[in-house]
Design a protein around this ligand. Structure first.
Ligand SMILES: Cc1cc2nc3c(=O)[nH]c(=O)nc-3n(C[C@H](O)[C@H](O)[C@H](O)COP(=O)(O)O)c2cc1C
Length: 288
């Protein structure tokens, strides 16, 4: 049996989740291919039994590159069942609406959504979660992913519920796709830059260039994925209007040795509590 998961990951969280899916599915003798959609590759589904799409939630939507990728997929002759995996920094139910547009694009191409899963992973924008919170999120995801994989393999449907007027709200919030491009042109590089060109090389849409004089140029195709500023080793990229929300540097996902000060411990407190309780219930129920 074969599986394919097409994914976009700005800063690595979604990649971490799909890697875990691959690890589990491969262990069950499902030959799993991960397709990174940077560069919008063509999708070949010949002989594939399970199809998935994975993305980070951006302003309660799928990133624009995910929608562009879906739009270029040809209409399938026979119905293709598929699953969606999404990651986001907070567990609010409004995040569920993020798949509305992707679903409708894929429906026109004869795809039917059967399973949908949402994993809370640390913010790559807005604020930096504590290392302990990032560790907790990843531990929860790692335990739940095998259970979700088994549901997919058993073709047992699992869907997320949408809030009222969700489709309309998602439509309004897709302004982020448009504004991200405007904002992305205003990025600046500070004197701390060591010209390692990591940003130029990593940008999924090749939106960053450096000229002979060493000046950086930001084009009009920014996805606001934060890959450039998140991975900048010198934290030298200023992300214009969203500079105050910038998060720089990868999370270790390890349990910290020292106690940390959590400046945001009240933020969406109940929502995180419910999310972790839901994961725990799922793990316990699975043991029965
Ligand atoms: C432009 C942008 C918008 C975001 N919007 C949301 C959001 O609406 N809800 C949320 O919970 N997290 C949001 N996040 C956080 C990411 O969804 C989250 O950190 C995700 O796991 C990042 O995955 P990645 O590393 O694969 O890119 C946003 C991040 C960015 C960069």
């Amino acid at each position: 049996m074969k599986a394919i998961i097409c994914f976009f990951s700005g800063t690595g969280n979604t990649k971490k989740v799909v890697d875990e899916y691959k690890k589990y599915l491969d262990s069950k003798s499902i030959e799993t291919t991960l397709v990174n959609i940077d560069g919008l590759p063509e999708l070949n589904l010949d002989g594939v039994d399970y199809v998935g799409f994975a993305y980070p939630i951006h302003a309660f939507n799928a990133p624009s590159i995910v929608l562009s990728f879906a739009k270029q997929i040809k209409k399938q002759e026979k119905k293709i069942n598929y699953f969606i995996l999404k990651t986001s920094g907070e567990p609010l139910a409004i995040n569920n609406i993020s798949s509305c547009k992707l679903k409708s694009i894929l429906k026109k191409r004869n795809f039917a959504l059967t399973n949908e899963y949402h994993y809370v992973m640390p913010y790559n924008m807005i604020f930096r979660h504590t290392d302990n919170m990032a560790y907790k999120m990843w531990e929860a995801a790692k335990q739940v992913i095998p259970i979700d994989c088994e549901e997919i393999l058993a073709r047992k449907p699992a869907k997320l519920s949408y809030i009222p007027f969700g489709r309309f709200m998602a439509w309004i919030l897709r302004i982020e796709h448009w504004y991200g491009k405007i904002n992305g042109k205003k990025y600046k590089v500070s004197e701390d830059c060591i010209k390692c060109k990591a940003c130029v090389l990593k940008c999924p849409v090749k939106n960053i260039s450096i000229d002979e004089d060493g000046n950086f140029h930001f084009g009009k195709n920014c996805l606001m994925c934060m890959r450039c500023s998140f991975h900048c080793p010198k934290n030298a990229i200023n992300i214009a209007l969203f500079e105050g929300w910038k998060v720089n540097g990868a999370y270790s996902f390890k349990q910290p040795e020292k106690e940390e000060v959590d400046k945001h411990k009240r933020y969406c407190k109940n929502s995180y509590k419910k999310y972790f309780a839901r994961c725990q219930r799922k793990i316990e129920n699975n043991k029965k």
